[in-house]
Design a protein around this ligand. Structure first.
Ligand code: ZN
Length: 249
């Protein structure tokens, strides 16, 4: 191995500040999934819908009307789904907190023993282990939090507000669906609407797929292309169906 080879293999690590490290684990991650999911859902479903109606040879005003109805219906359905699923998730969490509070109240010795074992497995022993356990159990809130983590693997920071998640998903859906729907507001022929909607949706599909990959730290090009191909395939299917239904009615 030459010296330049070793040079290349050593990646320069720029030290991160505490703020940067904390930022990488910030709570926006809890809602990032909603933004990506909502925007992509709005884009994919409305792109397929307007292209399907356009494939049937409808005039731009009819396509626009179908697009607006689809956008509103989709955003409502998406928001309701998100609200119910996040809320039930939170209810499960609340129930587990209640169970654990009861454990700590009624079977305190057992819970302390469990916590002790947990820290023993981490390598604490003797006097130090005793000190750690005494410190944790002296604060009821910290004791509860630690038991939630030990027994249920739940971390408080991962909790999500149902209302916040619902609003974020709804707005993301509206923004995503605007790309394929809005062009039909300005055009006079279906074909020009199809072209502009397809260009905007292509950019949107690739960007959302890329952002998703950026967040999960995988290949941006691969994630973008994958999302683009799937979205275009969906629109092609509705276009073909719309075309054949259109010539038969
Ligand atoms: Zn317990």
């Amino acid at each position: 191995m030459t010296e330049s080879d070793t040079d290349k293999s050593v990646k320069k690590v720029v030290p991160k500040t505490d703020e940067e490290l904390i930022g990488e684990h910030m709570s926006y991650r809890n809602y990032m999934r909603d933004v990506i999911l909502g925007a992509n859902d709005g884009l994919v479903s409305l792109f397929a819908l307007v292209i399907g109606v356009a494939g049937g040879g409808q005039n731009p005003k009819i396509i626009l009307l179908a697009g607006i109805a689809g956008t509103v219906a989709g955003a409502i359905s998406m928001a309701i789904g998100e609200y119910i699923s996040t809320k039930s998730q939170e209810e499960v969490f609340d129930a587990e907190v209640r169970v654990e509070k009861e454990h700590i109240r009624d079977y305190r010795d057992h819970e302390v023993k469990e916590l002790t074992e947990f820290y023993r497995e981490k390598g604490f022993e003797g006097e130090l282990l005793e000190q750690v356990i005494n410190k944790i159990t002296s604060n009821e809130e910290i004791f509860l939090k630690d038991m939630m983590m030990t027994e249920f693997g739940i971390v408080e920071e991962e909790r999500r507000s149902p209302l916040k998640a619902t609003i974020i998903v709804g707005i993301a859906f509206l923004l995503g669906s605007a790309l394929p729907v809005l062009p039909f507001f300005f055009v006079t022929t279906p074909i020009s609407g199809i072209i502009i909607a397809t260009i905007l949706s292509t950019i949107g599909l690739f960007s959302i797929g890329g952002i998703k990959s950026f967040v999960t730290r995988s290949s941006i090009i691969k994630g973008g292309s994958e999302n683009l191909v799937l979205g275009l395939a969906g629109a092609l299917i509705t276009y073909i169906i719309g075309f054949f239904v259109g010539i038969n009615i």
